[in-house]
Design a protein around this ligand. Structure first.
Ligand SMILES: Nc1ncnc2c1ncn2[C@@H]1O[C@H](COP(=O)(O)OP(=O)(O)O)[C@@H](O)[C@H]1O
Ligand SMILES: [Mg+2]
Length: 325
């Protein structure tokens, strides 16, 4: 079987001024269709960098990355964006929804880049929102939704293009425990019922324990890769405490691009136009037609027509064209 995603001896080095930071130093990892994998490791160990590579939001400095069997180094940026749009959905800790855009239009956005007609986009977006239990929130904007609902909209957006893999980078990090449990249960259900492969970064030991495979990163390398061999068990009941899930004290998410290693995660309401230049720093764009530039071999380009980049706050709002989705 062709792996859904495959990294072979991948490295990623960031340049920050005169210094270089090697975030990944020779990682080989294969994700098969239908898998459920937790990626764990200390802050700064390279988890987000790996996720961005697997999600084609970035390219490796050296090594080979294959998505659906295709070597991303052989693809133009446009082809890479198309491959990403078709194969991978991405869910971020801070949701990355367009703040002035309805849930339905946020979810439909990846289909815009695929040239799907409007009526079909609206139908499929409503269907994806139904999958995450939000049929009654189609016309709500993110600010009118709770954090858990916003993350479910983001999951619907990741699903709308029917990807084989959903990559989720600390998707419960901004949610309280109960809401986070609901989001985890949703991801588990998508894996179990629809066979969507899930790769999930988490700091929660019990979340990691529920995955059937755990990849531990340390200092940019895979320290261990464990698989459960026991038969599948039923869902674990949610915990009753309500502590918020926060980042570890050692710091938030570093952006995958830009030259500021100290940069934090983008704010949840990071409005940005779906087309145009990525602001420096900030986190990565939403699943679908998104492209990041940077200091790697992929260059600093944002592709015309599919360069949705939701980085930090962009004054001026949504930029118009996303409203008419
Ligand atoms: N855009 C960047 N520029 C420079 N260094 C970066 C950049 N992004 C991440 N890094 C560095 O790479 C290392 C791994 O970061 P990251 O992949 O975000 O780790 P994790 O997600 O495990 O916390 C860290 O040392 C971080 O500071
Ligand atoms: Mg991270």
């Amino acid at each position: 079987m062709t792996p859904a995603l495959e990294a072979v001896d991948v490295t990623r080095t960031y340049r920050a001024g005169d210094t270089e930071v090697t975030a990944l130093r020779g990682v080989s990892l294969r994700i098969d269709e239908g898998e459920y994998v937790a990626v764990v490791g200390p802050s700064g160990s390279g988890k987000s960098t790996l996720m961005h590579l697997l999600g084609c939001l970035d390219r490796p400095t050296t090594g080979v990355l294959r998505v659906g069997g295709r070597d991303v180094a052989r693809l133009s940026d446009t082809e890479l964006a198309e491959l990403r749009n078709a194969r991978v959905g991405f869910v971020f800790q801070s949701f990355h929804l367009l703040g002035r855009t309805s849930a339905r239009d946020n979810v439909a956005l990846p289909l815009v880049y695929r040239g799907v007609p409007r009526a079909e986009r609206r139908r499929r977006a409503a269907e994806a929102l139904a999958t995450v239990g939000l049929s009654h929130r189609l016309d709500h904007r993110p600010g009118q939704l709770s954090g858990g609902e916003q993350q479910r909209v983001a999951i619907a957006r990741a699903l709308v293009g029917d990807p084989g893999v959903v990559l989720a980078d600390e998707p419960t990090g901004n949610l309280d425990t109960r809401t986070g449990d609901d989001v985890m249960a949703l991801l588990e259900r998508l894996n179990r019922d629809r066979g969507v492969a899930i790769v999930l970064v988490t700091h929660e030991p019990d979340v990691a324990a529920r995955a059937r495979r755990r990849v531990h990163l340390r200092d940019g390398m895979i320290e261990s890769d464990e698989r459960d061999t026991t038969p599948l068990q039923g869902p674990t009941p949610p915990r009753s405490d309500t502590q918020p899930r926060n980042d570890p004290p050692s710091g938030g998410d570093a952006p995958p691009e830009g030259d500021d290693p100290s940069g934090g995660d983008a704010p949840p309401e990071g409005d940005a136009p779906p087309e145009g230049d990525a602001p420096p720093g900030g986190d990565a764009p939403p699943g679908g037609g998104a492209s990041l530039g940077g200091d790697g071999p992929s260059g600093g380009d944002v592709l015309p027509g599919r360069g949705a980049s939701v980085g930090g706050d962009v004054p001026g709002g949504d930029g118009g064209s996303c409203e008419e989705v």
